[in-house]
Design a protein around this ligand. Structure first.
Ligand code: CMP
Length: 137
């Protein structure tokens, strides 16, 4: 069993498609083992995306992530990291395969509906960033 962090971003929360996105995870065999709806602070978003600090899109990314509430989740299942990435589709919704979350619900590379961890090390760090162990069950 593997765990990964998923964030439903402010654009998808504003569109009220949280349930539809979670259904896709569950239909693919992933289980939500921790979940919280929250408003990120600038400090939260800046730290979470610190790896992108030097990238030209960092400031816009942080602004977007604090523009409204998000839903953060831990997904668990066999091959959860890769499965989640497959379900999300490409980062830019214009490149996302039909039927993926980003193809169906995202509008732009910034407002791209969901975030998912990109590997085991990142998954462990990102899960620990949001959830103490006792909240993962
Ligand atoms: P996410 O998977 O949350 O990881 C970093 C985010 O930065 C990414 O999704 C995009 O929403 C955003 N972003 C904006 N511009 C770019 C870019 N050129 N390349 C990668 N990510 C970008």
């Amino acid at each position: 069993m593997e765990q990964t962090l998923s964030i439903i971003k402010p654009d998808a929360v504003a569109k009220n498609v949280v349930g539809r996105i979670i259904t896709r995870f569950e239909d693919a065999g992933l289980c939500v083992v921790a979940m919280r709806r929250m408003q990120l602070s600038e400090k939260d978003a800046g730290e979470f995306y610190a790896v992108h600090r030097a990238r030209p899109f960092y400031k816009d990314l942080v602004s977007f992530m604090i523009s409204g509430p998000v839903v953060v989740m831990v997904l668990q299942g066999a091959g959860a990291i890769a499965k989640n990435r497959e379900l999300m589709g490409a980062t830019n919704p214009r490149d996302a395969a039909p039927g993926t979350i980003r193809a169906d619900f995202a509008d732009s590379i910034d407002a791209n509906a969901v975030h998912g961890s990109d590997g085991p090390e990142t998954a462990a760090q990102e899960i620990a960033f949001f959830f103490p162990r006792r909240e993962i069950n």
